[in-house]
Write a protein that binds this ligand. Structure first.
Ligand code: FE2
Length: 509
């Protein structure tokens, strides 16, 4: 606000003031001057007042300005504070907005997750329902599986039982097969019926057995009957007659119906037939492990069939052997008829050669071949002219060459008889020497058949120890000494020692 001016600096004021001062102003003018003076005075007063007011106003203005400045300052502070507050508010608002957005996002997320959870929960519930349904089905399946398992276990047990039965049957069949093989293998057995009974007892577990002929009046073999009372034996005969009459197996497991229990608790009688012809009856008794079963009956039936065939084979074998022996005996007689000076020589050689073969561990069949070869070793002499064979004086070299042919002639002769073919090589080489200087082939050592080496040594020993027209017999000790002297050259040392051992053990040879 601007204050009024009170300074006399204006032109009017200057003029008035000038006129007054110089006393030239008219009255009017004086009046007016007076008035003007008064006015000026008033004006001065006013101006003074104005100045005062102006000063006051100025002071007040200053105060106001100061107040305004202070207010302005305060206002600025307030404004600054407001700005700060506003900024903070804006910041807070932004933060709130941010937080709100975050909260909204989180809320949205939570809602989304809740929705997912609900959806998953629904799925889980659905799956749970499905699982419960499947669980029910599984329980049903499990029950079926358990039922199947029980059936499988039952089948398994049945299979194991069958396997055990089969194993038992297989073992039984194997044993029976082996026993029957022994039966056939041992056709040379002199007591075949006893062998058959042992087979039957082994396979059935019976303690006693008997083999009677078809008529029931002859006991062919008996095993373990010595301890049975006579009444028990009579009961066994009775049942063999029943089996013979019916030609069927007869089994009795009733101890009460048998005499002498517990000496006799059970029995089984089996007819033995060959080509439909009854040959006898086998009876086994006292199976302590239990009653005779159908399996035992089958075993005994099988044994009956095989036993019949074995007996028939045995009979045929014996007949063949007899024919074989007869043939050899005839041929041996022919040798002795041709050369009466060697009478008994072949039998002696065969007897000692068999003992040597046994001592050296040869098999039964090989021993037989040694026996037959020894009997016929000089059969070739049949083909030697009497003038040379029976010449009482010393042989000329060419005559000795003829004599040497007898081993090959003998081998050729026996080769024409099928049953004698196996002994032909033994005959051919019975004059080979251990050092290879013998005849006909000059074989040496182990190349010479052992049977030939045996016959050669024993032939020489018997020739030395039996008389000849042209010399006296040599003592056995001297003959053994000669054999030992020639051991390794003419004779096999092992065979020589075997002959010496046999002669020393049996001085009567
Ligand atoms: Fe000879």
């Amino acid at each position: 606000m601007n204050a009024p001016s009170v300074s006399p600096q204006t032109p009017v004021q200057v003029a008035i003031a000038s006129n007054v001062l110089d006393g030239t102003a008219p009255d009017a003018l004086n009046t007016e001057t007076m008035q003007a003076t008064h006015a000026l005075d008033a004006l001065d007063a006013a101006r003074s007042a104005l100045l005062d007011w102006q000063q006051g106003a100025h002071s007040r203005l200053t105060e106001v300005q100061a107040a305004l400045a202070a207010a302005q300052s305060a206002l600025d502070v307030t404004r600054a504070e407001l700005v700060q507050v506003k900024r903070e508010r804006d910041q807070w608002r932004d933060e709130c907005t941010h937080h709100s957005d975050a909260v909204s996002q989180l809320t949205a997320k939570v809602v989304g997750q809740q929705n997912q959870i609900e959806a998953q929960n629904n799925q889980i519930q659905a799956q749970q329902g499905h699982i419960e349904s499947q669980h029910g089905e599984l329980q049903d399946k499990q029950a079926e599986i358990e039922a199947h398992k029980a059936q499988i276990e039952q089948h398994k047990a049945e299979i194991e039982q069958h396997k055990a039965q089969l194993a038992h049957q297989s073992d039984h069949n194997r044993r029976m097969h082996q026993e029957l093989l022994e039966l056939y293998r041992d056709l040379r057995a002199t007591d075949l019926p006893s062998l058959i009974l042992r087979v039957g007892m082994n396979l059935t577990g019976a303690e006693n057995s008997m083999f009677v002929n078809a008529a029931g009046d002859q006991t062919l073999a008996a095993v373990g009957l010595d301890d049975l009372p006579e009444t028990s034996k009579q009961a066994l005969y009775e049942y063999t007659r029943k089996a013979a009459q019916s030609e069927e197996p007869v089994v009795c497991n009733d101890e009460q119906s048998l005499p002498d229990g517990p000496k006799l608790i059970n029995l089984a009688a089996m007819p033995v037939a060959v080509q439909g012809n009854l040959r006898g009856v086998i009876i086994v008794a006292n199976k302590r492990s239990g009653p005779f079963t159908d399996q035992d009956t089958e075993v005994l039936l099988s044994i009956g069939k095989h036993a019949g065939m074995a007996m028939e084979n045995h009979r045929l074998h014996q007949a063949l052997n007899e024919a074989y022996s007869s043939t050899i005996a005839v041929l041996a007689d022919a040798i002795e008829a041709k050369d009466p000076y060697t009478r008994g020589h072949c039998e002696n050689v065969a007897s000692i050669a068999v003992k040597v073969a046994e001592r050296l561990g040869l098999q039964a069949e090989e021993i037989d071949q040694v026996r037959y070869a020894a009997l016929l070793h000089d059969i070739g002499k049949i083909g030697i002219p009497d003038g040379i064979l029976l010449k009482p004086s010393r042989l000329l070299p060419e005559e000795f060459q003829v004599i040497q042919r007898h081993s090959s002639i003998g081998s050729d002769l026996v080769s024409r008889v099928n049953s004698l073919v196996p002994i032909a090589p033994t005959i051919k080489h019975h004059h080979e020497r251990f050092d290879g200087t013998g005849y006909p082939d000059g074989l040496s050592g182990d190349a010479i058949l052992l049977a030939s080496r045996i016959v050669g040594v024993v032939d020489a020993f018997d020739a030395m120890t039996t008389p000849r027209p042209y010399r006296e017999p040599v003592a056995k000790e001297e003959a053994l000494a000669e054999l030992r002297r020639c051991a390794g050259a003419q004779f096999d040392p092992t065979v020589v020692e075997a002959v010496a051992a046999i002669v020393n053990e049996a001085p009567g040879l």
